[in-house]
Write a protein that binds this ligand. Structure first.
Ligand code: GRF
Length: 199
C-alpha cells in the first residue's frame, strides 16, 4: 500500500516553461508531487511560476552549492526523493549526485552526445546546430552523472532542421517536443523506480 507521494524538486534557471508543464502534469497525480523549485537566478521566470502555483522555492548561491553542503539539508527537510533538471544551467556537484544516486534526470535541447557539455545551453545549442547545417535536431532526456550532459539516455526524439530556421524557430520546435515528452517520461521513470511493485 502506497502511503506517501514521491516528492520531486525541479531545478530551473530560466523562464520555466518545462517546469510549468511538469507542475501541470502532476497537479492531480496521486503518486508524484512537485514539492520544491530550486533556482540559481534571482528574477527568473520560474520563480513567478512557483509563486503562482504555491510551490516553495529555494534560491541557491554558488559557493554553498559547489563547495558547501549543496543544499542537501533543505532537500531533506522537504523530503525530496527525486530531482528533475528543467533548464538548470549549473553542473550538479558530486555530493548531490551521490545523495540522489540514479534519481536525477535532465532534459537537453539537442541529440546528445552532439551539442552537449559546458556552454552548450539555450540559444547556443541551436546556433551551433544551424551553423553545422544539421538536417535534424531534437531532445535528449537522460540520467545525470558526474559529467555534463553525459548520463544514460532515457529517450531521444528527433525533429527536422530547415534551411530557413533561426535559433528562435528551432528553439520553438524543440520546446514543443520537450513539453510533450518530458512530463510523461518523468512520470514513467519515477513510477518504474518507486511504484513498480505496486502496479
Ligand atoms: C530547455 O530547452 C531545456 O532543454 C534547456 O533549457 C531550456 C529551458 O527552457 N536545458 P524553459 O526554462 O523550461 O522554458
Amino acid at each position: 500500500m502506497i502511503k506517501e507521494k514521491i516528492r520531486i524538486a525541479i531545478f530551473a534557471s530560466g523562464a520555466g516553461s518545462n517546469a510549468l508543464k511538469l507542475i501541470e502534469h502532476f497537479s492531480n497525480n496521486k503518486n508524484i508531487e512537485p514539492a520544491l523549485i530550486v533556482c540559481n537566478k534571482p528574477g527568473a521566470g520560474v520563480l513567478t511560476i512557483a509563486a503562482n502555483k504555491y510551490i516553495p522555492t529555494i534560491l541557491i548561491e554558488r559557493e554553498r552549492f559547489f563547495r558547501g553542503d549543496a543544499y542537501i539539508p533543505e532537500l531533506q527537510q522537504h523530503n525530496i526523493q527525486f530531482i528533475v533538471l528543467a533548464g538548470f544551467l549549473w553542473k550538479i556537484p558530486d555530493l548531490l549526485i551521490k545523495e540522489f544516486a540514479g534519481n536525477i534526470i535532465n532534459i537537453h535541447p539537442a541529440l546528445l552526445p552532439k551539442y552537449g557539455g559546458k556552454g552548450m545551453y539555450g540559444a547556443f545549442v541551436h546556433e551551433a546546430v544551424i551553423a553545422a547545417k544539421e538536417k535534424e535536431s531534437g531532445i535528449t532526456i537522460h540520467f545525470v552523472d558526474e559529467l555534463y550532459d553525459h548520463g544514460d539516455h532515457i529517450l531521444q526524439v528527433n525533429c527536422p532542421v530547415y534551411e530557413t530556421d533561426t535559433p528562435a524557430t528551432l528553439a520553438q520546435r524543440i520546446h514543443e517536443l520537450e513539453h510533450k515528452y518530458f512530463p510523461v517520461v518523468v512520470e514513467q521513470v519515477i513510477t518504474k523506480k518507486f511504484f513498480k511493485e505496486h502496479l
